[in-house]
Design a protein around this ligand. Sequence first.
Ligand code: PLP
Length: 376
Amino acid sequence: MTKKRTYLDCNASVPLRREARAAMLTVLDVAGNPSSVHAEGRHARAVVEAAREQIALLVNANPSEVIFTSGATEANNWVLAAGWNAIAVAGIEHDSVTAPVSASGAERIELSVSTNGVAELDGLSEALAASAEASKRTLLTLMMANNETGVIQPVAEAAALAREHGVMVHTDAVQAPGRIPVDFAALGLDALSLSSHKLGGPRGVGALVVRDGVELPALIKGGGQERRRRGGTENISGIAGFGAAAEAVANEQDAAQHMAKLRDRLEDGVRRATPAAVIIGKDAPRLANTAYIAVPGKLAETLVIKLDLEGIAVSAGAACSSGKVGASHVLEAMNLGSEIARSAIRVSIGPQTHDDDIAAFLAVWEMVAGGAALAA
Ligand code: PLP
């Protein structure tokens, strides 16, 4: 008999919501291309525009500001490729931000990071003022919440500073919807990245929300889709699933409280079973769904494999880094030391997580992580 699986890796991907699945199945039978003028084409167009409205509503943007992409990696690459002379960025960003920042050749204005995982804004105002004065095309990019630690970043404050100096501001909001409020208009942002599969929509679709009036050269050139901003026939079933997931998230009332209760229960159990465990970022504002746990002396990869063998899915640092042995760049940026950086596992829960899942994790945790240190 196969062992019952317990999925606690929702910052990597949230399981497909039933609303998203239903929407996608319906759309698979839509024959038309959204760019075609006939009835079938208009039907496909209506699917795309309905989803655009659902996503705009989730983040309080205008539908005209939502541009569909293949995911947040594309959205982040697109913003960062727009010919910046200088980019203000912290070392905790996702690889889909840090890699294009490095590739851009732009001068890097480095935001320091506290040991709690919060990007610090000291000196930012002066740095942005100097950059603006030197007529450098400058972008500030700061994620809303970190995918590894769950730590919420001071995006509102950073955006206010950027605006003061006429600097463009982008946020990678991938981990935020359904966990903390996201208000594109109120934050005064120029651009915001979203990913469908972090909301319980399908993988391989996302959006860049770009403030009306902001000109961003197309990254993917081709047809006139997305008002000439992103070429390529739209992934209409993916977009429909993304829209349905966004609507489901927007309508969920108590998901954050539900997840916070489960996360607290999990962390209490971990502390009792393994008193040496360190809960990373616990004194900072955090997403309700994320527990980042380091057990000094244990290797994260070993913990992940042992938990997997016991039927529990979690990850070591970022999902994208699985398969890559080594320390998390986020923990390195937080200066927590190599022992913590090598031993941290992320447990991330979702709206579908139940008490039973937390109980299943805690039932094996001491056996997996307790006792003497594993091979260094
Ligand atoms: N940004 C953050 C913070 C993420 O957690 C992820 C996915 O892990 C991405 C960007 C990339 O999103 P996508 O999988 O849609 O390309």
